[in-house]
Design a protein around this ligand. Sequence first.
Ligand SMILES: Cc1ncc(COP(=O)(O)O)c(C=O)c1O
Length: 405
Amino acid sequence: MISVPTVRKDFPIFTNQPDLVYLDSAATSLKPQCVIDAVTAFYTTHTSNVHRGDYAIAAENDALYDGTRKTVASFINCDPREVIFTHNATASLNQAAHGLKPLLKEGDVILTTKAEHASNLLPWFSLQKEIGVKVEYAELDSQGRLTEENFLKALHEGVKVVALAGVTNVTGAVQPIRAVTKAAHAAGAYVVCDGAQSVPHMPVDVRDLGVDFLAFSAHKMCGPGGTGVLYGRRELLERMDPVFFGGDMNARFSSDGTIILKEPPVRFEAGTPAIEGVIGMRAAIEYLQKIGMENIHAYEKELRAYFLAQMKKLDNIQIYNPDNEYGPVAFNAKGVFSQDAAGYLASRNIAVRSGNHCAKILHEVIGTDSTIRASLYFYNTKEEIDRCVAACSEISLENAIGIFF
Ligand SMILES: Cc1ncc(COP(=O)(O)O)c(C=O)c1O
């Protein structure tokens, strides 16, 4: 069980912005004091680079930075050597796609869906252009959900990679990753799971899911910006190319251009990393683990059900994912442009996002390319939901236009 009033005391923004209703955690989450303290301590008491200094605070940072691999590994159940630190989920997905190049050839199929975020489509589109792989889409229902049956219909022997979000970022469809992975592996395909919207909100166990790659960002799970993770199955990491070359990731190189790379994961971490981000991510994961991912999952599900039930009562609101149990609520005020409606909510100090949310081909599935997305996290309350629902009930063409500030 989560004690939301207690949890909220951990987040200084609630003291500094007492009237704010923050329903944009799918974009980025709020930060608890322990994360702010971890980042601040790096700047105020133990600043240094990592893997480069022969002095005490550098050794301290090496231990903190590399030790965080163990924290991540315990969080998603993998080996610490399978944890690559990146700059965000986008960088992780690009590394997975481009790293797989040596294992792909012209004509190989990347199977994905039209509900994916740009970060899990564009890297594959770029491989389509570069090496001639072919991107195909499994059919979704009108709320962005992939059924096992539709996945199996789309799977064929040409499929070499399945690229799929664990939870989609607009309609919050929880995709059947375990079943997809089992079938994909049987067909000889690798599975790249975009965990940007699943890892922050539910227990995710890569061994249980069986995925080959899992990408996520720290900033959506109480951590700092500029830090992400790519989990990769060890035997695959050993066969993959890095995207970036430079300091730290090479063992040696010579004037004839020969490069001897270090072992994974360091092979994939060229240049100075976001050290304070990684240290802050460790604090964030420990914080989430203390609350319990099962508790977070259960509370969010209950709060979302409450939110949805209230929203369904409003005649002026159209909901695009009324049957989904999880993730954001995607809606529009009938006849009102989503950005104008979001502006009206902002005038009531309610923070939501409007537009296509980087899922720019999802309109082919849900029939609109612009929605309001209200996304929750474990620190949101029923009172906040009530305020949002009351404000939504007031949105009309007349009052939404011109509110922008
Ligand atoms: C499903 C999904 N994938 C990938 C991303 C990209 O995350 P980031 O911007 O942190 O790289 C997002 C961000 O909103 C997302 O929701």
